[in-house]
Design a binder for this molecule. Structure first.
Ligand code: SAM
Length: 230
């Protein structure tokens, strides 16, 4: 399968069955045990990133690009905290849901702009570029291209998360107990941390902070990289 196929499959998925599944997981209604575990894990990832940004104490007015924003789980609280958000996603349905949620939480907040756009076609410059739990949908070569592009949009900082390729996770994936249920309709790719770090460094970034979210069914390595000259 080539990268273009991966992208079309991912886009179709997040505009159909994937949308229904992930809207539920990222929402607050009733879900099954596996989905609840993933919801809690994902929330920990979001909370970690928010805590890093808040700790820097410069969130007010900070320009942030949230690439692959999903239903706005990160963008909405960051806009609420005063940052200037440009949030985009390849899925029209996810963006539609994000807009509805933002309207509920923020009203007509002018700090938050949404767009239906794949991250490969994003342009402009942002202080911070964030891309959470998107790389899992793409193979290594494509993930490298994506990181390269995201880094070109970032003036100062890039925060990304991915499912790390560890022997334990590779085994879980093989026996099928990871990414259970309908999510199997898209492939899940694991990435070696050393490879991701190498790409970031080749783009002129160095790792500043790291975290790992690990629940039963949700694994996400979070890296914050800053420009070496920043
Ligand atoms: N980042 C969000 C979060 O953590 O709440 C959503 C994560 S969800 C697992 C993955 C999202 O990435 C989906 O909303 C999907 O539509 C989006 N996506 C996948 N490929 C993309 C691409 N090439 N460009 C932009 N968004 C993409």
């Amino acid at each position: 399968m080539n990268a273009a196929d991966d992208k079309t499959i991912v886009q179709n998925y997040f505009n159909s069955t994937g949308f229904d599944r992930w809207r539920r997981i990222y929402g607050d209604g009733e879900v099954n045990k596996v989905q609840l575990d993933i919801r809690n894990g994902h929330q920990q990832t979001v909370d970690t990133v928010i805590s890093w940004l808040k700790a820097d104490d410069n969130l007010a007015g900070l320009s942030i690009c949230d690439a692959g924003c999903g239903v706005g789980s990160l963008s909405i609280p960051l806009a609420q905290a005063g940052a200037k958000l440009y949030a985009s996603d390849i899925s029209e349905k996810m963006v539609g849901e994000a807009k509805d949620k933002a309207q509920e939480v923020l009203g007509n907040n002018h700090n938050l702009t949404f767009a239906v756009q794949d991250l490969e076609s994003l342009s402009g410059k942002y202080h911070t570029v964030i891309c959470l739990d998107v790389l899992i949908h793409y193979p290594q070569e494509k993930a490298a291209e994506m990181i390269n592009h995201l880094s070109s949009l970032s003036e100062s900082r890039l925060i990304i998360s991915f499912a790390p390729k560890t022997p334990c996770l590779s085994l879980l994936k093989k026996i099928g107990s990871l990414f259970p249920g309908p999510s199997k309709t898209t492939r899940a790719y694991l990435h070696r941390e050393a490879d991701i770090v190498k790409i970031l460094e080749s783009c002129g970034f160095s790792i500043e902070r790291k975290a790992m979210t690990k629940t039963r069914f949700y694994y996400s390595r979070i890296l914050e990289a800053t420009r070496k000259s920043a």
